[in-house]
Design a binder for this molecule. Structure first.
Ligand code: ZN
Length: 349
């Protein structure tokens, strides 16, 4: 920086011809003033540049700090090791035998990091064996906007369906939790990041209607990157639609629980995931609207430690409780009993 400044100041002539006439003397004083102004201007510019660089460096530092803080858990994708028998925990780096991880409900045995659970496994984990009955499994997305990035949305959907073996990102059905019948919705992160398009919105609404009709509690599990951008405005409309459906269920005396799991972000956090009667989260789950890096660079300030993690959100009142995976079934069963008692007592009162 100091080198630059000396360069801008350098062209100042050191030898001035001696003025002989008044005119020349006047000229000389004018040029002297000009030079003085120029020098001041250069100095001010250099200082402004210095300040801008400092602010930029500080923002980068804050972003890096937020990044480092979140590093262990930001990456939720499973990194598989060759052979497919072992994988590495994204949080602590421990090498885990895959069968051990599966036996332990996809929770790291050394640091208790809760891996993202695919929809089918989640249903097996939460519901009583053999009770799941899937509904509206054939609903498929329509490419109404003819959206194309590298490939068309229709083509992308087709390929995802083929690869994942699911028609959409949400599993809807009925089942039992410790003998209590429920309507269940599970977002599946492996289908286009669990993103919410028209079908996800429709299935949540169907789930609400079914819960009201059969007088059953509605249990929703979320893991999502947010609204599905390929559906543009139509995906954003699902935010209003799902909230309206849950509101209708509430008016009819229904009961809903949402369990936010790692990661729940964007339009899903900003709609149905946040408006159920009870909002639970799994330990360490990333829950937010925009990503922490975007927020840090926009605000140009350091984010608090643990920002957008379940534990942080619990202290802010965004969620009601954090429930470890092994306690989920029992906690859900207790909450369902509680809601039924509250409802029947409310009716008799
Ligand atoms: Zn771990």
């Amino acid at each position: 920086m100091s080198d630059e400044r000396s360069e801008t100041e350098a062209p100042r002539p050191t030898e001035q011809p001696i003025a002989t006439s008044d005119e020349e003397r006047g000229k000389r004083s004018v040029s002297k003033e000009d030079k003085k102004a120029e020098k001041l201007k250069a100095k001010a510019e250099a200082e402004a540049a210095k300040a801008a660089a400092k602010a930029e460096a500080e923002a980068a530092k804050a972003a890096k700090a937020a990044d480092d803080d979140d590093k262990p858990r930001l990456r939720w994708k499973k990194k598989e090791l060759p052979g497919g028998l072992w994988l590495k925990c994204e949080a602590c780096g421990e090498t885990i035998y895959k069968k051990t991880l599966l036996k332990g409900d996809l929770v790291c045995p050394s640091c208790t990091f809760h891996f993202t659970v695919p929809g089918t496994e989640r249903i097996q984990m939460v519901l009583d064996e053999g009770t799941y009955h899937e509904l509206a499994a054939d609903l498929e997305a329509l490419d109404r906007l003819n959206f194309t990035d590298s490939v068309s949305y229709a083509e992308k959907s087709r390929r995802t369906i083929e690869r994942v073996g699911l028609k959409e990102a949400l599993h809807l059905g009925t089942g039992e939790i410790e003998g209590r019948p429920v309507v269940i919705c599970v977002l599946d992160f492996k289908f286009m990041g669990g993103s919410m398009g028209e079908v996800v919105g429709e299935k949540i609404a169907l789930g609400c209607e079914l819960a009201a009709e059969r007088n059953l509690p509605l249990v929703i599990f979320t893991s999502s990157g947010g609204a599905r951008m390929h559906e543009g405005m139509l995906s954003l409309m699902q935010m209003a639609k799902t909230c309206a459906a849950l509101d209708e269920l509430n008016r009819k005396g229904g009961f809903s629980i949402c369990i936010m799991t790692n990661p729940t972000t964007g339009g899903v956090t900003a709609s149905f995931a946040s408006v159920c009667d009870v909002t639970l989260a799994e330990p360490g789950a990333l829950i937010g609207f925009a990503g922490p890096r975007v927020i840090a660079t926009t605000l140009k300030q350091e984010l608090p430690k643990g920002f957008q993690r379940a534990e942080f959100l619990l202290t802010k009142g965004q969620i009601d409780a954090i429930v470890p995976r092994k306690d989920l079934r029992h906690t859900l069963a207790r909450l369902i009993d509680f809601s039924e008692r509250a409802w029947s007592e409310g009716e008799s009162a």
